[in-house]
Design a protein around this ligand. Structure first.
Ligand SMILES: NC(=O)c1ccc[n+]([C@@H]2O[C@H](COP(=O)([O-])OP(=O)(O)OC[C@H]3O[C@@H](n4cnc5c(N)ncnc54)[C@H](O)[C@@H]3O)[C@@H](O)[C@H]2O)c1
Length: 360
């Protein structure tokens, strides 16, 4: 088993990674939590595969367990579903010393994390991420959120869990497009880290290679993210590195109105920002081709018809990361060397150039 210890200003906790951890959950949780009442929050896709086993595990270790299953999908990051999770805390009379387990992908992690941070001003939380994206990214770092009509993730808290349990075996039930989407975040981190991590990504030549290398890919991604958030828990400066590829990515994701998955839009953004900085002479020649090959190997897109459209620029100008009229892009000087570059939002149309045949 791999253990990564995360230290932030607000808390220290472990992230455990190994196949079969869900079958040992009772023992594992007993090492972190005293006996208590536990509310498991999960979704309609994850529950049929894992809820029963997880419930039996924690009950067999002497915990009392209740559960709430919410509809799968981003729409559950809403006021309405948050009200349901809070109502479940009340109905189960969770006290300050009880806890919540988030069993699911990034949606459940964000929703259950927010619930845990709000109920009685904060009760304990364990994250059990079951999607690749949640295992490599969203379960680490303590960000929780729901969406509102004005934008995604606008209502949330920073709230660190007591433990993160990652069992890569859960990826066997994850739909392939969702696995590939999560892998886009892995390429993003590997390109910034370089070295062994980047070499590992070169071994992924098709989607079937992702589960085959899952443990190492998760381990390296989490080490990278944990390192960043340990130094910068609340997105002061360093944590902005994690926005690599996301600025253009968010623009086309919003403009695509659901046609592109988040990770697909970020893949386009990651490749295109490498192209842009290579044109400017700030990125080493050939870098965008390397990044493009890693993304294309699993079928992630590098370009999209929405690039350079008014809809994309409008969405970028409304990015919540705009500070004092400027968007800060993350770029690579070369693989393994990320850097920041601020651009005035009024200059975006003239500054960002796209070739129509990029990546085709
Ligand atoms: N908190 C953070 O730091 C952070 C970082 C990145 C993304 N996010 C958030 O994460 C969310 C995206 O995460 P996601 O891609 O995991 O989405 P998700 O939670 O919607 O999961 C994707 C789909 O896979 C299903 N699923 C999950 N695990 C499964 C399994 N093992 N077997 C079968 N089906 C499974 C889900 O039911 C869903 O249909 C977004 O809301 C995003 O804002 C948060």
């Amino acid at each position: 088993m791999e253990t990564i210890h995360v230290t932030t200003k607000s808390k220290e906790y472990d992230i455990l990674i190994a196949n079969g951890l869900l079958q040992q959950l009772g023992r594992i949780i007993s090492q972190v939590w005293s006996k208590r009442k536990v509310l498991i929050i999960t979704d309609t896709n994850v529950a049929p595969h894992y809820l029963r086993g997880v419930t039996e595990q924690i009950q067999s270790a002497g915990f009392s367990a209740a559960s709430l299953t919410v509809p799968a999908g981003e729409s559950s990051k809403s006021w309405q579903v948050l009200q349901q999770t809070i109502t479940a805390c009340a109905a189960n009379q969770l006290s300050r010393t009880d806890g919540i387990i988030a069993l699911g992908g990034g949606v459940i992690g964000d929703l259950a994390g927010l619930t845990a941070s709000l109920w009685l001003r904060g009760i304990s939380l364990i994250q059990i991420p079951t999607s690749l994206l949640a295992q490599v990214d969203s379960s680490v770092g303590g960000k929780t959120a729901i969406d509102i009509p004005s934008g995604k993730n606008l209502v949330g808290t920073f709230y660190q869990p007591d433990l993160v349990v990652i069992d890569p075996d859960t990826l066997t039930t994850l739909p392939s497009r969702v696995t590939v989407e999560g892998y886009g975040e892995v390429v993003k981190c590997a390109a910034m880290k370089g070295g062994i991590f980047w070499n590992l990504v070169q071994q992924v030549q098709n989607p079937a290679d992702i589960p085959a290398h899952a443990n190492e890919l998760i381990l390296h991604s989490i080490r990278f993210k944990a390192d960043v958030v340990s130094q910068d828990e609340r997105e002061g400066n360093l944590r902005r590195l994690l926005n690599f590829g996301h600025t253009i990515g968010h623009g086309i994701e919003l403009a695509a109105h659901g046609r592109l998955f988040h990770g697909e839009a970020v893949a386009v953004g990651t490749f295109q920002i490498c192209r842009q900085f290579e044109r400017l002479g700030l990125t080493a020649p050939g870098t965008s081709d390397q990044v493009g090959r890693a993304l294309q190997a699993v079928g992630l897109p590098l370009t999209d018809s929405l690039l350079g459209t008014p809809a994309m620029f409008a969405a970028m100008r409304h990015d919540k990361k705009v500070r004092k009229g400027r968007l800060t892009f993350v770029y690579l000087k070369q693989i393994g060397q990320p850097a920041f570059y601020p651009v005035d939002v009024t200059q975006l149309e003239t500054w960002l150039q796209f070739d129509n045949n990029d990546g085709k």
